[in-house]
Design a protein around this ligand. Structure first.
Ligand code: ZN
Length: 54
């Protein structure tokens, strides 16, 4: 399984994680709900970059 970690770009916290098919660990930079809300974009978090580690 690939373990996906959703890491907040703003506060650097891991706010979600999930597993998908594949191998390794992946980090998805996004905004956690708290920061997204603070920035006034609560309903559409931006996912800019993906880093894959194998
Ligand atoms: Zn945050």
């Amino acid at each position: 399984m690939v373990k996906l970690y959703y890491v907040c770009e703003c506060c650097d916290g891991v706010f979600d994680e999930m597993e998908t098919a594949g191998e390794g660990v992946a980090e998805v930079r996004a905004l956690c709900p708290d920061c997204a809300e603070e920035m006034g974009m609560g309903s559409s978090p931006s996912r800019t970059n993906r880093f894959f580690y194998n």
